[in-house]
Write a protein that binds this ligand. Structure first.
Ligand code: IPD
Ligand code: CA
Ligand code: CA
Ligand code: CA
Length: 281
């Protein structure tokens, strides 16, 4: 018989722990952060990334010793691809937007999701600097500071504001493709924004501040909580090519509705074909 789960209780505990961890970011924002480089100039970590992940994992595992964890900094130390099983698994990005945190650019957050039997049950994204607490439970709606949120009603890409992050640095093979996708967006939308925090940007789609977000080469902890928050707010998160998202190796189009998602996949298909042509020249 499969074990029953008290999602409300899990949520309450997670909410309390994330709010407490938010205080660490608040208190540390203008102090020495012991910044280290993880090998590449833009891949940074501070003592607070590790501290928050350790605290959340330790406290949750004291309460739920059978639960599993996938956290950014622990995974980096273990140096292996995270694996998702059917067991309750907390997916933690202790600071999403570490570079923003280092520079005091106030778009930075803690992202925590709970996945059970490969379904995201809880998503929490908290920006303590702007006091934005985004949350969702599966089939229970999405909220910002306790108030329900909905995605934008715009259905034309030409009237949309789109967030996109150039992930070129991680793989220069993508250079032409990313350039062409950005070029297509600049020509066919109200504009592009790039905030340096995947989790919060997903929440901005959920609250209707932007219509869509596109990024690749990110990780499960960047996406898990925000995906549920968008879906519960009425939006969708799919693979760039249009199919279902692979949560472990995400390439995402997050959109306020199906129409915008379809227009974006079409736009990127055309842009990619152009990239192939240009690569062959
Ligand atoms: C990063 C942010 C950024 C995305 C990067 C991520 P981090 O997470 O989400 O928006 O473009 O790929 O690594 O390192 O600040 O947690
Ligand atoms: Ca990082
Ligand atoms: Ca992240
Ligand atoms: Ca992080």
């Amino acid at each position: 018989m499969s074990e029953s789960h008290d999602i409300e209780e899990y949520y309450k505990i997670a909410e309390e722990l994330v709010l407490k961890a938010g205080k660490i970011i608040e208190n540390a924002i203008d102090s020495y952060k012991n910044v280290q480089c993880k090998g590449i100039v833009w891949d940074l970590v501070t003592e607070y990334d590790r501290k928050i992940e350790d605290i959340l994992q330790k406290q949750l595992s004291e309460i739920y010793p059978k639960h599993k964890f996938i956290g950014e900094e622990t995974t980096a130390e273990e140096n292996c691809l995270p694996k998702l099983t059917d067991d309750p698994t907390w997916i933690i990005d202790p600071i999403d937007g570490t570079t923003n945190f280092i520079h005091q650019f106030p778009h930075t957050c803690i992202s925590v999701a709970l996945v059970i039997r490969k379904k995201i049950e809880i998503g929490i994204v908290y920006n303590p600097l702007m006091r934005q607490f985004f949350s969702a439970k599966r089939q229970k709606g999405a909220f910002l500071n306790g108030q329900p949120i909905k995605t934008s009603k715009i259905t034309n890409l030409s009237e949309s504001l789109i967030a996109m992050e150039p992930w070129i640095a991680k793989n220069s093979n993508y250079l032409v493709s990313v350039y062409n996708r950005m070029h297509a967006l600049i020509q066919g939308t109200h504009g592009i924004r790039s905030l340096g925090t995947a989790a919060l940007t997903l929440c901005y789609v959920a609250m209707g501040a932007i219509e869509a977000y596109h990024v690749e080469s990110i990780d499960v902890w960047d996406v898990a909580a925000g995906k549920l928050i968008i879906e519960e707010a009425g939006g969708i998160v799919i693979d760039t090519a249009g199919g279902e998202l692979d949560l472990i190796t995400p390439r995402i189009i997050a959109a306020c509705n199906q129409q915008i998602a379809e227009q974006l996949t079409d736009l990127f298909k055309t842009a990619d074909l152009k990239a192939v042509d240009e690569n062959l020249k």
